[in-house]
Design a protein around this ligand. Sequence first.
Ligand code: DGL
Length: 294
Amino acid sequence: MIKEEINIKPNKTNSVPLQGLGVSGPIGIFDSGYGGLTILEEIRKQLPEYDYIYLGDNARTPYGTRSFDVVYKYTLECVTKLFEMGCHLVILACNTASAKALRSIQQNDLPLHHPDRRVLGVIRPTVEVVDSVSKSKHIGLLATLGTVQSNSYPLEVLKLYNDITITSEACPMWVPLIENNEYNSAGADYFIKKNLDNLLKSDSEIDTVVLGCTHYPLLLDKIKQFLPIGIKVVTQGEFVAKSLADYLHRHPEMDSKCTKKSSMRYLTTESVEKFSVSASIFLNEDIQAEHIDI
Ligand code: DGL
């Protein structure tokens, strides 16, 4: 998938202490911006005893319109930073990164540089549940351009089922609307309705719509408002959290490397003030973020 070796920039000095040599550490949760908070929220509900570090690469969001090589480079830089901070397990709480970078990181970078660390994504746990939700077996996928172009969802669906038709609609405006706090505007309504209409026009038998971008649950009320009654909407947080709980149960050697003091840190590559305000609204709790240079 990746044609050439990409050099990772050396660490810049930053305000966050590194502690990567420890034998155990927090679980890292990574997203291009705020979207991964929708996954983090569910993970913390189901696994409250663990320590977590959330890293939002807000300075370089959105990832959804970027090339494979760039998404891979940015994702690997952020994962490496989380490893340096002591994380042994990192969740890519981002479909675009899961679609465009996960496989290369798992197959090339981890065996070579970090054989004892693990990186997991969000696409497989989502695909594992769609079959039980849909009756018509016609599923609509809403995702970033990058996730749609990667074909990751249809390919993953094919590995598990032979009776599911998946139709995708790229929604390139949705992440910028959320990142810029414009998701309650009339402009947002226009784009949400337009993309949903396109999707349903492409396949009138769709009875289940998967939100294949971790930002999209922030638009859930509007999506439900514009969808015909009877169409179910699948968000990923609950299933990713269940899958992580199951993974930790099946891998006690990794579970023992994840510290459990219920602590939480939020890192952003952009403005601490902006992240703290937006994340506090999204999560409905007071958040003090820290800046990190990648
Ligand atoms: N939350 C990311 C995802 O799930 C958004 C990607 C982006 O930055 O465009 O795909």
